[in-house]
Design a protein around this ligand. Sequence first.
Ligand SMILES: Nc1ncnc2c1ncn2[C@@H]1O[C@H](COP(=O)(O)OP(=O)(O)OP(=O)(O)O)[C@@H](O)[C@H]1O
Ligand SMILES: [Mg+2]
Length: 247
Amino acid sequence: MAVDPLIELRDVNKHYGTLHVLRDIDLVVDRGEVVVVIGPSGSGKSTLCRTINRLETIDSGTITIDGRPMPDEGRALARLRAEVGMVFQSFNLFAHKTVLANVSLAQVKVRRRDKAEADRRSRELLERVGLLAHAEKYPAQLSGGQQQRVAIARALAMEPKALLFDEPTSALDPEMINEVLEVMQQLARDGMTMVVVTHEMGFARSAANRVVFMADGRIVEDRPPEEFFTAPRSERARDFLSKILKH
Ligand SMILES: Nc1ncnc2c1ncn2[C@@H]1O[C@H](COP(=O)(O)OP(=O)(O)OP(=O)(O)O)[C@@H](O)[C@H]1O
Ligand SMILES: [Mg+2]
């Protein structure tokens, strides 16, 4: 049972044309909770993430962040969006700006911090993700794992109440996956509220409070990882697990 809801989706539905991509989604994420979302390709995981911070609109239902509905547009939306950071598979760093400038930029533009204060905070965050020595480099001079850690530092710089991750390690070479997962594990231990779409089942087992399994736009299972992985209830989940755990 939810004790301190931070993200709440109630009866959310969304279509892309005739495709019913989110069906009657009810999902509550408590403050400090880590929810891992898994499911087959096309099941709606990315769409779910994108609706939470209104990169996508919904057709019906409600989404609230810390008790407040997401505004439709304008300043209020920009502010609320800053409260829910998002980290994507592709890191989306500005290629022509240094690592430090990438982390500082939105602090100045959205949070209205002065540049020196933003840079000071950026350095703290770069230290936290193990990249302070690379502050003056450009993204192309970093490995994929390092770039993704910069993207995480940039998201943290907005002091979000929650972070959404959409397959943050899927574009990385295998040897770089762990350095990113370790940063995420540390965030989880520090109490960050996180919704993480990932195929990394080791991360789900060790960091998640709950695993949400989606298929065809529905939440089919929503249970603690040890229950989900040892005794999935649905045929869809059993089938999905048998496929991914073989690899
Ligand atoms: N902008 C869009 N316009 C039309 N259809 C879309 C759009 N974005 C996604 N879809 C469709 O919606 C469905 C859900 O897509 P979504 O990206 O949420 O799935 P996913 O679970 O994240 O899949 P994957 O594991 O491949 O990332 C898919 O059938 C997809 O083709
Ligand atoms: Mg996706």
